[in-house]
Structure formats: structure tokens, C-alpha cells
Design a protein around this ligand. Structure first.
Ligand SMILES: [Zn+2]
Length: 190
């Protein structure tokens, strides 16, 4: 009885926070410009699918309750055509070191870039974001990776410990689709 009562109070407080945030900002659109490395294979349809799938995951409240997932009315969209002439000094479409990754970021003049793969120190990286700004995606990344990296762009951190249902889960398996109130507010602030 006591524990039920306590849970009820916690839930009410969280719901109040959500309502307050909703009154500040309801929706936004994030337009992203793109490079694709000249050696990377990634159709425009794949890039557009990253936007649409990530947008759907953000907008959908999967549990109908405020604690574990909330609807985040952020639309991710591609802006302009993909630059398919992109290369950078000091590497190629297969990034294998932090030095090469830094060079790739430095060579970007658009918001996002696509390379074939990133593998650093034995870890396969699906995507990454530098300085809450530039995003690099790998061509085979799950669509939700884009929402995750845009979350970093919005100054969100990886979840530690990992929570496999949440978009900011560190080790993306592709099924993550949830954001909580504070994460939604970060997306809406972009
Ligand atoms: Zn991350």
C-alpha cells in the first residue's frame, strides 16, 4: 500500500513536468544538409528513410504514459540534394582511427556526412556527432541512429547504464524508439 502510494506521487510529479514543457514549445523541424563520400554507397532513399523513421520514432508515444516515452513533435528532414563529391584530406570512406575521424569532421561543410564504415579500437561505430554539431553516419546504420546523433546535436548524452528501449541508448540495436520528457525538450530546442 505504501509503495503504491509513493509511486503515484512520483508519477504525478513527472506528468506535471511534461505538461509544463509542452506549454513552452510544441513542434519543430530540423533540416539537415548532407555529404556522401565519393566511395560510399548510400542511395538518397536510404538517407531519407533515416529521416522519416527517426521522425516517426520521435513523434510516437509508444507506452501512452509520461514516464518511459513521450511524443516529441520534432521532424527531421533533408535539406537540398546530397553532395556526392565529398572527400577529405587524410582518409577515405572507411574510418579506422580518431585522427581520421577528426579529419573527416574537419572536411565537412554540411551538417551530416555518410561514410562506408567507422571502426576504431576494435569498436564498430554506427554514427557519431562532433561538438553538438556535425554528424557522420555509416551507410549501413539502423535508421534510428540518425535520431540518436541528432540527440547529441541537442546536447544529450549517451545513456549510462544503457536502456535498450531509449533512442539515446549507447549501443544501438535498431529497435530503440523512446524519449523521456527531458530528452524531448532537448530535441524541441534545436
Ligand atoms: Zn551516442
Amino acid at each position: 500500500m505504501f509503495s503504491n502510494r509513493r509511486f503515484s506521487i512520483v508519477a504525478s510529479v513527472a506528468f506535471a513536468v511534461c505538461l509544463a514543457a509542452n506549454s513552452l514549445c510544441l513542434a519543430n523541424t530540423v533540416s539537415l544538409t548532407w555529404h556522401k563520400h565519393t566511395s560510399a554507397t548510400c542511395p538518397d532513399a536510404t538517407i531519407d528513410g533515416w529521416h522519416s523513421s527517426s521522425t516517426t520514432a520521435l513523434k510516437t508515444d509508444d507506452d501512452g504514459a509520461p514516464l518511459d516515452d513521450v511524443a516529441c513533435d520534432t521532424t527531421l528532414q533533408r535539406s537540398g540534394s546530397v553532395d556526392t563529391t565529398w572527400t577529405y584530406t587524410g582518409g577515405d570512406d572507411v574510418i579506422t582511427s580518431t585522427t581520421e575521424r577528426t579529419a573527416a569532421f574537419a572536411g565537412m561543410t554540411r551538417n551530416c556526412a555518410v561514410v562506408s564504415s567507422i571502426s576504431i579500437g576494435g569498436s564498430t561505430i554506427l554514427g557519431c556527432c562532433q561538438g553538438h554539431n556535425k554528424i557522420i553516419m555509416t551507410s549501413g546504420a539502423p535508421a534510428i541512429t540518425l535520431a540518436h546523433e541528432v540527440g547529441h546535436k541537442a546536447s544529450l548524452s549517451d545513456l549510462n547504464p544503457t536502456i535498450t528501449s531509449r533512442i539515446m541508448n549507447y549501443a544501438l540495436g535498431g529497435s530503440e524508439n523512446r524519449v523521456i520528457c527531458t530528452e524531448r525538450d532537448a530535441f524541441l530546442g534545436l
